[in-house]
Design a protein around this ligand. Sequence first.
Ligand SMILES: Nc1ncnc2c1ncn2[C@@H]1O[C@H](COP(=O)(O)OP(=O)(O)OP(=O)(O)O)[C@@H](O)[C@H]1O
Length: 291
Amino acid sequence: MAEEQGDAARKRISGYGFGDISTVMSVEDIQREAEKIAARAPGIEALEALANRDSFVSVDNLRAGYGRMEILHDFSLRVAKGQSLCLIGPNGAGKSTVLHSIFGFTNIMGGSIHVGGNDVTRLSSNEKLRDAGIAYVLQDNSVFPQMSVEENLWMGGFLKPYTMEAREAAEKVFDKYSRLAERRKQPARVLSGGERRLLEISRALVMNPDVLLVDEPSIGLEPRFIDVVFEILHDLQHTEGKTIIMVEQNAKKGLQVADIGYVLVSGQLAKAGWGRDLLDDPEVGRLFLGG
Ligand SMILES: Nc1ncnc2c1ncn2[C@@H]1O[C@H](COP(=O)(O)OP(=O)(O)OP(=O)(O)O)[C@@H](O)[C@H]1O
Protein backbone atom coordinates (compact mmCIF):
# COMPACT_ATOMS: atom_id res chain seq x y z
CA MET A 1 0.00 0.00 0.00
CA ALA A 2 2.73 2.46 1.07
CA GLU A 3 4.73 1.45 -1.98
CA GLU A 4 1.70 2.09 -4.21
CA GLN A 5 1.31 5.54 -2.71
CA GLY A 6 5.01 6.24 -3.28
CA ASP A 7 4.66 5.24 -6.92
CA ALA A 8 1.64 7.46 -7.35
CA ALA A 9 3.51 10.36 -5.81
CA ARG A 10 6.53 9.75 -8.03
CA LYS A 11 4.30 9.72 -11.09
CA ARG A 12 2.66 12.97 -9.98
CA ILE A 13 5.88 14.91 -9.56
CA SER A 14 7.52 13.59 -12.70
CA GLY A 15 4.88 15.42 -14.72
CA TYR A 16 5.62 18.84 -13.29
CA GLY A 17 8.58 19.95 -15.32
CA PHE A 18 11.27 19.32 -12.75
CA GLY A 19 12.88 16.81 -15.08
CA ASP A 20 12.94 13.07 -14.81
CA ILE A 21 13.09 12.54 -11.06
CA SER A 22 10.44 9.86 -11.10
CA THR A 23 12.86 7.05 -10.40
CA VAL A 24 15.07 8.95 -8.00
CA MET A 25 13.14 10.55 -5.16
CA SER A 26 9.69 10.51 -3.64
CA VAL A 27 7.70 13.67 -2.94
CA GLU A 28 8.41 13.19 0.77
CA ASP A 29 12.16 12.89 0.15
CA ILE A 30 12.14 16.06 -1.94
CA GLN A 31 10.20 17.93 0.72
CA ARG A 32 12.61 16.77 3.46
CA GLU A 33 15.68 17.70 1.42
CA ALA A 34 14.20 21.02 0.37
CA GLU A 35 13.46 21.92 3.98
CA LYS A 36 17.12 21.32 4.81
CA ILE A 37 18.05 23.87 2.14
CA ALA A 38 15.43 26.26 3.54
CA ALA A 39 17.22 26.17 6.89
CA ARG A 40 20.10 27.95 5.11
CA ALA A 41 17.88 30.56 3.45
CA PRO A 42 19.58 33.68 2.06
CA GLY A 43 19.28 36.93 4.01
CA ILE A 44 18.11 40.28 2.68
CA GLU A 45 21.72 41.33 1.95
CA ALA A 46 22.06 38.50 -0.57
CA LEU A 47 18.73 39.39 -2.20
CA GLU A 48 19.75 43.05 -2.48
CA ALA A 49 23.05 42.09 -4.07
CA LEU A 50 21.18 40.15 -6.78
CA ALA A 51 19.04 43.23 -7.46
CA ASN A 52 22.21 45.34 -7.81
CA ARG A 53 21.25 47.16 -4.59
CA ASP A 54 18.68 49.07 -6.59
CA SER A 55 15.36 47.41 -5.83
CA PHE A 56 12.30 48.42 -7.82
CA VAL A 57 10.06 45.77 -6.29
CA SER A 58 10.70 45.03 -2.61
CA VAL A 59 8.74 42.49 -0.61
CA ASP A 60 9.62 42.39 3.08
CA ASN A 61 8.76 39.65 5.58
CA LEU A 62 5.46 38.99 3.88
CA ARG A 63 2.90 36.80 5.59
CA ALA A 64 -0.02 36.17 3.28
CA GLY A 65 -2.60 33.58 2.33
CA TYR A 66 -6.23 32.83 1.69
CA GLY A 67 -8.81 33.47 4.39
CA ARG A 68 -7.07 32.67 7.64
CA MET A 69 -4.69 30.17 6.07
CA GLU A 70 -1.15 31.56 5.96
CA ILE A 71 0.73 30.28 2.90
CA LEU A 72 3.74 32.63 2.73
CA HIS A 73 5.80 32.92 5.88
CA ASP A 74 8.26 35.82 6.19
CA PHE A 75 8.86 35.91 2.45
CA SER A 76 11.13 38.65 1.06
CA LEU A 77 12.05 39.53 -2.52
CA ARG A 78 14.16 42.13 -4.32
CA VAL A 79 14.21 42.88 -8.03
CA ALA A 80 15.62 45.89 -9.87
CA LYS A 81 13.91 47.81 -12.68
CA GLY A 82 14.27 45.91 -15.94
CA GLN A 83 15.36 42.69 -14.24
CA SER A 84 13.59 39.34 -14.46
CA LEU A 85 13.07 36.89 -11.61
CA CYS A 86 11.70 33.35 -11.77
CA LEU A 87 10.21 31.45 -8.83
CA ILE A 88 10.63 27.70 -8.83
CA GLY A 89 9.85 25.04 -6.25
CA PRO A 90 7.65 22.05 -5.49
CA ASN A 91 3.92 22.02 -6.19
CA GLY A 92 1.99 23.88 -3.55
CA ALA A 93 5.08 25.77 -2.31
CA GLY A 94 3.27 29.08 -2.74
CA LYS A 95 4.87 30.37 -5.95
CA SER A 96 1.61 31.62 -7.50
CA THR A 97 0.65 32.99 -4.09
CA VAL A 98 3.66 35.33 -4.30
CA LEU A 99 2.28 36.78 -7.55
CA HIS A 100 -1.26 36.84 -6.13
CA SER A 101 0.01 38.78 -3.11
CA ILE A 102 1.92 41.35 -5.15
CA PHE A 103 -1.22 41.86 -7.26
CA GLY A 104 -3.61 42.09 -4.31
CA PHE A 105 -5.44 38.76 -4.50
CA THR A 106 -4.49 37.47 -1.04
CA ASN A 107 -5.08 38.31 2.56
CA ILE A 108 -1.93 40.11 3.75
CA MET A 109 -1.30 39.25 7.39
CA GLY A 110 2.04 41.00 7.80
CA GLY A 111 4.99 42.54 6.01
CA SER A 112 5.07 45.00 3.14
CA ILE A 113 5.28 45.35 -0.65
CA HIS A 114 6.86 48.41 -2.29
CA VAL A 115 7.06 49.21 -6.00
CA GLY A 116 9.16 52.15 -7.18
CA GLY A 117 9.46 53.29 -3.58
CA ASN A 118 5.67 53.41 -3.04
CA ASP A 119 3.93 51.26 -0.46
CA VAL A 120 1.42 49.16 -2.43
CA THR A 121 0.85 46.51 0.24
CA ARG A 122 -2.84 47.21 0.78
CA LEU A 123 -3.89 48.51 -2.63
CA SER A 124 -6.67 46.64 -4.44
CA SER A 125 -5.88 44.83 -7.69
CA ASN A 126 -7.57 47.59 -9.69
CA GLU A 127 -5.45 50.22 -7.96
CA LYS A 128 -2.32 48.18 -8.57
CA LEU A 129 -3.12 47.94 -12.27
CA ARG A 130 -4.33 51.52 -12.76
CA ASP A 131 -2.11 53.47 -10.36
CA ALA A 132 0.90 51.37 -9.42
CA GLY A 133 1.96 50.02 -12.83
CA ILE A 134 1.59 46.33 -11.97
CA ALA A 135 -0.09 43.87 -14.35
CA TYR A 136 -0.80 40.20 -13.94
CA VAL A 137 -0.91 37.58 -16.70
CA LEU A 138 -3.06 34.72 -15.45
CA GLN A 139 -1.98 31.09 -15.52
CA ASP A 140 -5.33 29.89 -16.88
CA ASN A 141 -6.54 30.46 -20.41
CA SER A 142 -8.16 33.87 -20.03
CA VAL A 143 -8.94 34.81 -23.62
CA PHE A 144 -12.63 35.51 -24.38
CA PRO A 145 -13.11 33.10 -27.30
CA GLN A 146 -16.21 34.69 -28.89
CA MET A 147 -14.82 38.20 -28.82
CA SER A 148 -12.53 39.43 -31.58
CA VAL A 149 -8.80 39.72 -31.04
CA GLU A 150 -9.02 43.52 -30.87
CA GLU A 151 -11.94 43.42 -28.42
CA ASN A 152 -9.92 41.09 -26.21
CA LEU A 153 -7.07 43.54 -26.34
CA TRP A 154 -9.30 46.54 -25.52
CA MET A 155 -10.46 44.65 -22.42
CA GLY A 156 -6.95 45.21 -21.10
CA GLY A 157 -7.86 48.90 -20.89
CA PHE A 158 -11.10 48.36 -18.95
CA LEU A 159 -9.89 50.69 -16.22
CA LYS A 160 -9.42 53.44 -18.80
CA PRO A 161 -12.37 52.73 -21.11
CA TYR A 162 -12.92 54.86 -24.20
CA THR A 163 -9.72 56.81 -23.64
CA MET A 164 -7.32 57.54 -26.47
CA GLU A 165 -4.55 56.30 -24.24
CA ALA A 166 -5.99 52.77 -24.08
CA ARG A 167 -6.74 52.77 -27.83
CA GLU A 168 -3.23 53.96 -28.63
CA ALA A 169 -1.70 51.34 -26.38
CA ALA A 170 -3.73 48.66 -28.19
CA GLU A 171 -2.58 50.00 -31.58
CA LYS A 172 1.00 49.91 -30.34
CA VAL A 173 0.55 46.22 -29.59
CA PHE A 174 -0.76 45.62 -33.12
CA ASP A 175 2.22 47.53 -34.57
CA LYS A 176 4.55 45.34 -32.59
CA TYR A 177 2.91 41.95 -33.15
CA SER A 178 1.81 41.45 -36.75
CA ARG A 179 0.53 37.95 -35.84
CA LEU A 180 -2.22 39.61 -33.82
CA ALA A 181 -2.77 42.51 -36.24
CA GLU A 182 -3.50 40.08 -39.08
CA ARG A 183 -6.25 38.49 -37.00
CA ARG A 184 -7.60 41.55 -35.21
CA LYS A 185 -11.19 41.18 -36.52
CA GLN A 186 -11.34 37.41 -36.08
CA PRO A 187 -12.78 35.71 -32.99
CA ALA A 188 -10.04 34.85 -30.52
CA ARG A 189 -11.06 31.18 -30.60
CA VAL A 190 -9.27 30.80 -33.95
CA LEU A 191 -5.89 31.67 -32.42
CA SER A 192 -3.27 28.99 -31.81
CA GLY A 193 -2.13 28.29 -28.24
CA GLY A 194 0.96 30.46 -28.70
CA GLU A 195 -1.04 33.33 -30.21
CA ARG A 196 -3.52 33.18 -27.31
CA ARG A 197 -0.62 33.48 -24.86
CA LEU A 198 0.70 36.42 -26.86
CA LEU A 199 -2.75 38.04 -26.70
CA GLU A 200 -2.90 37.52 -22.93
CA ILE A 201 0.52 39.11 -22.45
CA SER A 202 -0.39 41.94 -24.86
CA ARG A 203 -3.64 42.61 -23.01
CA ALA A 204 -1.59 43.18 -19.85
CA LEU A 205 0.52 45.72 -21.78
CA VAL A 206 -2.43 47.97 -22.61
CA MET A 207 -2.14 49.62 -19.17
CA ASN A 208 1.58 50.18 -19.85
CA PRO A 209 2.76 48.50 -16.63
CA ASP A 210 6.29 48.72 -15.25
CA VAL A 211 5.99 45.32 -13.59
CA LEU A 212 4.65 42.20 -15.30
CA LEU A 213 3.67 39.26 -13.10
CA VAL A 214 3.50 36.19 -15.33
CA ASP A 215 2.08 32.95 -14.00
CA GLU A 216 3.39 29.86 -15.81
CA PRO A 217 4.01 31.36 -19.28
CA SER A 218 4.70 27.99 -20.88
CA ILE A 219 1.85 26.00 -19.35
CA GLY A 220 -0.26 24.09 -21.86
CA LEU A 221 1.81 25.26 -24.83
CA GLU A 222 3.19 23.02 -27.53
CA PRO A 223 7.02 22.97 -27.40
CA ARG A 224 7.32 25.02 -30.62
CA PHE A 225 5.46 27.95 -28.99
CA ILE A 226 7.36 27.92 -25.70
CA ASP A 227 10.49 29.59 -27.09
CA VAL A 228 8.35 32.19 -28.88
CA VAL A 229 6.67 33.17 -25.62
CA PHE A 230 9.99 33.42 -23.78
CA GLU A 231 11.43 35.52 -26.62
CA ILE A 232 8.51 37.93 -26.23
CA LEU A 233 9.15 38.23 -22.48
CA HIS A 234 12.89 38.68 -23.15
CA ASP A 235 12.10 41.48 -25.60
CA LEU A 236 9.72 43.20 -23.16
CA GLN A 237 12.43 43.14 -20.53
CA HIS A 238 15.36 44.16 -22.68
CA THR A 239 13.84 46.63 -25.15
CA GLU A 240 10.99 48.07 -23.07
CA GLY A 241 12.58 47.82 -19.64
CA LYS A 242 9.73 45.86 -18.07
CA THR A 243 10.43 44.24 -14.73
CA ILE A 244 9.28 40.64 -14.90
CA ILE A 245 8.45 38.32 -12.01
CA MET A 246 7.32 34.91 -13.18
CA VAL A 247 6.45 31.46 -11.95
CA GLU A 248 7.49 28.68 -14.29
CA GLN A 249 6.77 24.97 -13.93
CA ASN A 250 9.51 24.22 -16.43
CA ALA A 251 12.21 25.07 -13.90
CA LYS A 252 15.08 24.57 -16.32
CA LYS A 253 13.62 26.96 -18.87
CA GLY A 254 12.70 29.52 -16.22
CA LEU A 255 16.22 29.60 -14.82
CA GLN A 256 17.69 29.84 -18.33
CA VAL A 257 15.70 32.93 -19.20
CA ALA A 258 15.48 34.84 -15.91
CA ASP A 259 18.27 36.93 -14.43
CA ILE A 260 17.44 35.81 -10.88
CA GLY A 261 16.01 32.53 -9.56
CA TYR A 262 14.30 31.98 -6.22
CA VAL A 263 13.52 28.53 -4.84
CA LEU A 264 10.42 28.51 -2.68
CA VAL A 265 9.68 25.67 -0.26
CA SER A 266 6.63 25.48 2.01
CA GLY A 267 5.95 29.21 1.67
CA GLN A 268 9.51 30.22 2.51
CA LEU A 269 12.45 31.32 0.43
CA ALA A 270 14.95 28.47 0.42
CA LYS A 271 17.56 29.65 -2.03
CA ALA A 272 18.26 32.60 -4.32
CA GLY A 273 20.87 33.18 -6.99
CA TRP A 274 21.54 34.09 -10.59
CA GLY A 275 19.31 31.92 -12.76
CA ARG A 276 22.27 30.44 -14.59
CA ASP A 277 24.12 29.70 -11.35
CA LEU A 278 21.10 27.85 -9.96
CA LEU A 279 21.04 25.73 -13.11
CA ASP A 280 24.51 24.52 -12.16
CA ASP A 281 23.73 24.20 -8.44
CA PRO A 282 23.91 20.49 -7.54
CA GLU A 283 21.17 20.71 -4.87
CA VAL A 284 18.75 22.53 -7.16
CA GLY A 285 19.64 20.17 -9.99
CA ARG A 286 19.04 17.07 -7.90
CA LEU A 287 15.74 18.26 -6.47
CA PHE A 288 14.16 20.28 -9.25
CA LEU A 289 15.96 19.75 -12.54
CA GLY A 290 16.39 16.00 -12.60
CA GLY A 291 20.19 16.42 -12.54
N1 LIG B 1 -7.58 30.75 -4.03
C1 LIG B 1 -7.13 29.90 -3.09
N2 LIG B 1 -7.85 29.65 -1.98
C2 LIG B 1 -7.39 28.82 -1.02
N3 LIG B 1 -6.19 28.18 -1.07
C3 LIG B 1 -5.44 28.39 -2.15
C4 LIG B 1 -5.86 29.26 -3.23
N4 LIG B 1 -4.89 29.27 -4.16
C5 LIG B 1 -3.91 28.45 -3.70
N5 LIG B 1 -4.24 27.93 -2.50
C6 LIG B 1 -3.42 27.03 -1.68
O1 LIG B 1 -2.20 27.68 -1.39
C7 LIG B 1 -1.11 26.76 -1.42
C8 LIG B 1 -0.04 27.28 -2.36
O2 LIG B 1 -0.58 27.29 -3.68
P1 LIG B 1 0.17 27.96 -4.92
O3 LIG B 1 -0.72 27.81 -6.09
O4 LIG B 1 0.65 29.30 -4.55
O5 LIG B 1 1.44 27.00 -5.04
P2 LIG B 1 2.43 26.82 -6.27
O6 LIG B 1 3.80 26.71 -5.69
O7 LIG B 1 2.21 27.89 -7.27
O8 LIG B 1 1.97 25.41 -6.80
P3 LIG B 1 1.86 24.79 -8.29
O9 LIG B 1 3.26 24.62 -8.78
O10 LIG B 1 1.20 23.48 -8.02
O11 LIG B 1 1.03 25.72 -9.10
C9 LIG B 1 -1.69 25.42 -1.84
O12 LIG B 1 -1.87 24.66 -0.67
C10 LIG B 1 -3.03 25.77 -2.45
O13 LIG B 1 -3.97 24.75 -2.26
